[in-house]
Ligand binder design. Sequence first.
Ligand SMILES: [Zn+2]
Length: 187
Amino acid sequence: MGYERDRVPAGTTVAAMTVSAGTDFCPGCGGSLVEQFVSAEGRDRLVCTQCARIHYVNPAPVAGTIPVSDGRLWLLQRGIEPRLGYWTFPAGFMEMGETVEEAACRETREELNLEVRLRGLIGVYSYATGTTIHIVYAADALTEPSAGEETLAFAAFLPQEIPWSELAFASTRDALQDWIRAAHGTA
Ligand SMILES: [Zn+2]
């Protein structure tokens, strides 16, 4: 069930901005934020103790690609936390002013210096305990990759060579499984 942002208690201003999980202060006035039950929405929200704005904390979209050359998919070893040293495909947070598809291609360029042509959506991955939504595309690699600044190493894997025990995230595993299913009919 969704909620409507315009249905808030009288005297409460809805903030046009969102805050990140763990934020303590109101981006509007600097007041302290507290968890408070908002009856019109039936759940706790972060509310500013000073200006009474509600601050929404929503999952952030992450866009990525699984780039393929000659039946092998390119994975990279993360050079930054979280999950430093674990393997994943190129993906990252969307920026304002770009589409999901553009974000997926940009992240692939940043992390692997790789130009790709998107082939289609593999899937959308979200988890009730998570703070992100992962949108992952199948892609053809058009150039040769090299390591971006946040990439320790990269390699091309056949489906049977995927390092399942060293993958970075649940979404990495789930998207790769779906990719294999789509490409080969098994996982
Ligand atoms: Zn405030």
